[in-house]
Every structure is written in C-alpha cells, then in structure tokens.
Design a protein around this ligand. Structure first.
Ligand SMILES: [Zn+2]
Length: 67
C-alpha cells in the first residue's frame, strides 16, 4: 500500500489571471465634470463621460427618489 496521495496537485492554479478581486487594469481618464484626472477600471469610452470618484455618485442613476 502506498500512501502517495499527498501533494496531489492541490496547488492553486495561477490565481493571477485577472479574476474577480484581482488587480484590475486601470485606465487614465479625465473626469467630465470637474476635469480631474482619475482612473477607471474599464476602458474609457470616448462617447461616454467619465467621472472621478467624487463626481461619480452625482451622475449615477438615482436609486431612489429622495427629496
Ligand atoms: Zn470629477
């Protein structure tokens, strides 16, 4: 009987493949509102405005009519 069952390739496969939670590629962009430089985790679409973290909440879809 050979108990050779350890180390059964239980190592994580390369967990660095940009999965969820991994470091995302950031793209430089300019905020369309205040003009500040910011970085977005997606490729900035020239047709769409990009907002920095400060301005983003102001341009997000209002989740609720609070007023
Ligand atoms: Zn801004």
């Amino acid at each position: 009987m050979a108990f050779n069952d350890r180390g059964n390739s239980f190592r994580g496969r390369d967990s660095n493949r940009g999965g969820f939670g991994g470091p995302k590629e950031m793209h430089n962009a300019t905020c369309s509102d205040c003009g500040a430089e910011t970085q977005v985790p997606f490729r900035p679409d020239p047709d769409r405005p990009v907002y920095c973290r400060e301005c983003l909440p102001n341009h997000r879809k209002p989740r609720e009519n609070r007023y």
